[in-house]
Write a protein that binds this ligand. Structure first.
Ligand SMILES: Cc1cc2nc3c(=O)[nH]c(=O)nc-3n(C[C@H](O)[C@H](O)[C@H](O)COP(=O)(O)OP(=O)(O)OC[C@H]3O[C@@H](n4cnc5c(N)ncnc54)[C@H](O)[C@@H]3O)c2cc1C
Length: 406
């Protein structure tokens, strides 16, 4: 039995640990926070959305980024202050526009495999995470964006997705609580939603039952090859005197926006950029249970996604901001999410709202990096899942376990 270290206990690290334990490895997970899922896997949009697989590498998004540069409430916001990290990422993002179609099709295939696997795991391990298998409704306000959506839909169908166009009347029938005037939409019956944090922590408990070891409050500072494997130098994230070395046969980097720095320690360049987003979670009052949507929603123009967790919580998430590792929750970025919610759910009481900001670990071509490092055959990556880490992780975890076996 080989021993594998996994760095990071977000959704990608915990699904990787689970896949490796199921494949018969001994697994140690090192995480700098005191619990699993405290960074980007804490309060995201909640959608398991194969229908959101269209990659963002399009000239229209570049144009919007430039046009909205000084609009603080815009769905896409680019801090114009230059940094080598941001500029190189943007250059590579533009360079990947030519791969828009194959990368979208590849993403939808991965997402479909991941969705099947996630449902299996949740059932096998008895994880309760407010899973709602009620489908996902995309809505569009004008003819031009609906026409673009039709072209994108053709690619999604080529990737194997079941998805149909719906009329404004059908939108009202699918989600009666949604107010507003729409030109049309698309409905994906197989998409779902659920609480990523509850799933990740439930799966971490399943890993412990399978013999996995979690070492929390542990910051990985250095990585190196040894004659027989790899060694990790760590220090205590909460105890400055704690430090040590952990050795193993192999290692998987699943460190979200920290993966770039860890890759650099192995001598490899991995251009993961932190693309910031925000969420608000409305505490739904008992008298309002029928005033918030049950179906997951995606408003493409506003770049907003929503999920309902049980009766009592309604999550609204979105916006993309290129502003380095800044994690501040900015009032001017939360305001559009609240305004959107009030506009589309006028009967919902939004007086009790929890706000959050997270950093999507995004690679310029929007595909996750899954596989061995170019520098060391003992180091693997499963990272860079961008806006779809919750949707894709169960498939990429199985892929990395299979590659390790091979
Ligand atoms: C606003 C928003 C909405 C989103 N909505 C959706 C959605 O609806 N559907 C979807 O599929 N995806 C969505 N996403 C994307 C998804 O949340 C992410 O892709 C996913 O959570 C990334 O998981 P991860 O495990 O890679 O990173 P993380 O969850 O950040 O985990 C990485 C972990 O590694 C640890 N780490 C890093 N460096 C070190 C180190 N040196 N030592 C020890 N530990 C380390 C960190 O502490 C962290 O816990 C959304 C993201 C945002 C921000």
């Amino acid at each position: 039995m080989s021993h594998v270290i996994v760095i990071g206990a977000g959704i990608t690290g915990v699904t990787t640990a689970y896949a490796l334990l199921r494949a018969g490895h001994a697994v140690s997970v090192l995480e700098r926070h005191p619990y699993a899922a405290l960074e980007t896997s804490f309060a995201n949009g909640g959608q398991l959305s194969a229908s959101n697989a269209e990659v963002w590498n399009q000239w229209s998004n570049v144009a919007h980024g430039i046009q909205w540069i000084f609009t603080r409430s815009a769905p896409l916001l680019l801090n114009p202050k230059p940094s080598w990290h941001k500029m190189s990422w943007l250059a590579e993002f533009i360079g990947a526009i030519g791969k828009y179609e194959p990368n979208t099709i590849e993403t939808v295939r991965l997402a479909l495999a991941a969705r099947r696997r996630l449902f299996e795991i949740a059932e096998a391990e008895g994880i309760d995470f407010d899973l709602a298998k009620r489908g996902l409704l995309h809505v569009y306000r004008d003819t031009a964006s609906l026409a673009h959506a039709r072209a994108a839909n053709a690619m999604l169908l080529r990737g194997g997705l079941e998805r149909t166009e719906v009329t404004p009347a059908e939108i009202r029938a699918i989600e009666p609580t949604l107010a507003g005037t729409f030109e049309g939409g698309f409905f994906t019956p197989g998409d779902a939603s659920g609480d990523i944090c509850r799933f990740t922590r439930g799966l971490a408990e399943a890993c412990v039952r399978l013999g996995g070891r979690f070492q929390f409050a542990t910051q990985v500072d250095a990585l190196r090859d040894t004659p027989n494997g790899v060694a990790v130098d760590w220090s205590g994230a909460e105890d400055p005197d704690a430090r040590g070395v952990l050795e193993a046969d192999r290692l998987v980097i699943c460190a979200g926006v920290g993966s770039r720095q860890l890759a650099a320690l192995t001598g490899e360049r991995l251009n993961v950029y932190p693309v910031k987003g925000y969420s608000i979670t409305v505490a739904v009052k008992p008298q309002d249970v029928d005033h918030a949507p049950r179906v997951a929603l995606l408003d493409d123009a506003a770049k907003i996604v929503t999920s309902r967790f049980g009766d009592a919580r309604f999550r609204i998430a979105g916006t993309a901001e290129l502003n380095g590792y800044n994690r501040d929750v900015r009032a001017d970025r939360i305001a559009p999410l609240l305004a959107w919610t009030r506009r589309h759910f006028p009967r919902l009481d939004t007086s009790d709202v929890t706000v959050w900001a997270g950093l999507r670990p995004m690679l310029p071509d929007m595909l996750p990096r899954v596989g061995p490092s170019r520098r060391s055959k003992r180091v693997f990556f499963n990272t860079g899942h961008g806006h779809l880490g919750w949707t894709l992780s169960c498939a990429t975890a199985d892929l990395v376990a299979a590659q390790m076996a091979a």
